[in-house]
Structure formats: C-alpha cells, structure tokens
Design a protein around this ligand. Sequence first.
Ligand SMILES: [Zn+2]
Length: 99
Amino acid sequence: MRDQLDTMLSSSSDAARPVDLDQPIGRVSRMDALQQQSMVAANRASARLRRKQVDAALRRLDEGDYGDCASCGDPIAPRRLAAHPEAPLCVACQGRRER
Ligand SMILES: [Zn+2]
C-alpha cells in the first residue's frame, strides 16, 4: 500500500500543479483544467494522509501494538482492520474525532 501511494503521489505531481491562467486554452477548457486540478489536489491530500497512517501502522506493527486503538488502547475490530489496515483508531474514537 505504501508503494502504491508513493507511485500515485509521484505520478500525479504534474497534474496537481496550479493551472496557468494565461494559457490560451479557452474558458471552458480552463474551467475543466481548474476542476481537474483541484480534484487531483484533493486526492493527493488524502493519499498523503493515508501514507502517514500506513507508516504509523507499520511502526506499530514493529512495536507489537498494531491493532490497538491509538486513542483508547482497545483492540480495533478485525473487520475494520480488514477494510482499513492503516486505521489508527477504533470506530468509537474515529467517530468521536469526526464529530
Ligand atoms: Zn478507541
């Protein structure tokens, strides 16, 4: 997963560059380009966050406390880990944080 995220981040860095508004490409294609650029930027932001969580999960794996919630210390549900192996928090703590 870490390699995938790295590949995604390095291959999308060009597309995330700010749109050159002086480029003579027409108004509609410029709006397309801006929309495209902000989508890529949002994807990259979430990939960077995930990349950090993957690193942290690998560290916890090394330290032997992988699968424990980083906030309350309770075990994270196996189904949650199966869907998000990098999840640092149990469902309850994640929910509390998002609220
Ligand atoms: Zn928790």
